[in-house]
Design a protein around this ligand. Structure first.
Ligand code: ATP
Ligand code: MG
Length: 359
């Protein structure tokens, strides 16, 4: 018998825009794995965004905050779109996704970039789907230039205005995200590429030194390479199949992961997870979400591609629920569906049958 205390707790928060539509599908799949594969997971659904704001005055109502607080993992949909305008900015800020990432210290953002072979020959996709692409970008998420102080816009004596930000990293901030990369590489092809701009930036000089030191001390079984970010961008476009695990700072990761996303065809297919620090037992709080946003242009139509959210569940099976075989089973199911021609509108050829989100 599973009691609640030995169950893994997952909060399911669909949010806004297409978030609830796609999360409904991944939620169904989680329930299937729980019931049919005996995974001891306690699912708790909670609301986020405009709807709870209208009812309670909070985008993150207390019930949702509690569900997320006690959860080992959160399955998140999306937030944003026109709904943001109906909530005053101050009320938006309390419990925003950005503030939650900071609160739970979700410093390692993992985005797998996998090009599905079934889409490789698609003529209609605006992106170029490439064969043999299978790597993960790890972006540091809670530091760097996004959070560095001082920052601001000031007026100079000559009347000009000057904007400034501070790129900053400490040794521990670099080492913990690099550790995530090395540990992940051990479960994959054993290669880490660290991306920086050490020819120009002090933070990058420190980044390279610390990544190298950690590698020598604890991960010499892993192959470590370094690339400058400009070269990394070029290599992602030129020959993405060379990469296994790429690790980089917040801003470089933001740009490179969107660039790499195009190798897999549609924004709607990409999963992600943001991981917090490990506890004494090595468990890490994790927020799983599709890479796409609220997609207001298609929200409510039932046509959104749910695969980004569904593949986020595969990541959850592997990283939080410790069920690599079930993760592979789900990924194979997605491959089989795509190979059999299942297509939502975003990846369908002209004139071909388009499945609904639920189908
Ligand atoms: P947000 O501000 O919430 O990020 P956005 O306007 O940037 O919203 P995105 O969600 O980032 O919208 O989507 C960008 C484009 O990709 C939109 O045209 C959207 O319809 C499309 N898109 C995003 N996700 C999906 C999906 N799951 N299925 C199909 N199309 C999608
Ligand atoms: Mg967007």
């Amino acid at each position: 018998m599973n009691t609640l205390s030995n169950m893994i707790k997952v909060a399911v928060v669909g949010g806004e825009g297409i978030g609830p539509e796609v999360t409904d599908q991944s939620h169904r799949i989680l329930k299937w794995f729980s019931a049919r594969r005996g995974i001891p997971v306690a699912l708790r659904e909670a609301q986020y965004g405009l709807i709870p704001y209208l009812a309670t005055g909070k985008v993150l109502p207390d019930d949702t905050a509690e569900a997320m607080e006690e959860a080992d993992a959160i399955l998140w949909g999306a937030t944003g779109g026109p709904e943001t305008k109906e909530v005053p900015p101050a009320a938006r800020k309390v419990g925003s996704l950005l503030s939650l990432r900071s609160k739970y210290d979700l410093y390692a953002n993992l985005r797998p970039i996998v090009a599905n072979p079934a889409l490789a020959d698609s003529a209609s996709l605006k992106a170029s789907v490439l064969k043999d692409v299978d790597f993960i970008i790890i972006r540091e998420l809670t530091s760097g230039i996004y959070f560095g102080e001082p920052r601001g816009i000031e007026t100079l004596p000559d009347g000009q205005r000057r904007g400034f930000n501070t790129q900053q990293y400490t040794t521990s901030q670099i080492r913990r995200v690099a550790r995530t990369a090395f540990e992940l590489a051990r479960t994959r092809k054993g290669r880490v590429c660290s991306v920086d701009k050490a020819n120009v930036l002090e933070t990058s000089v420190l980044w390279r030194e610390e990544v190298t030191a950690l590698h020598q001390a604890e991960f010499s079984d892993i192959e470590l390479t370094h690339l400058y970010v400009d070269n990394a961008a070029m290599q992602i476009v030129r020959a993405p199949s060379q990469f296994d695990v790429m690790v980089t700072c917040n801003i470089f990761g933001d740009i490179l992961s969107d660039c790499a996303a195009m190798a897999s065809g549609s924004l709607g297919m990409l999963p992600s997870v943001s991981l917090g620090p490990p506890d004494r037992l090595g468990r890490r709080k994790a927020l799983y979400e599709p890479v796409h946003g609220s997609a207001p242009d298609i929200a409510g139509k039932g046509i959104a591609n749910p695969l980004g959210s569904i593949l986020s569940v595969a990541m959850m099976l592997r990283l939080t629920l410790n069920r690599p075989d079930d993760a592979t089973l789900l990924e194979k199911a997605v491959d089989t569906a795509l190979a059999g021609g299942a297509r939502t509108a975003d990846i369908a050829e002209p004139g071909a049958k388009r499945l609904s989100t639920q189908e």
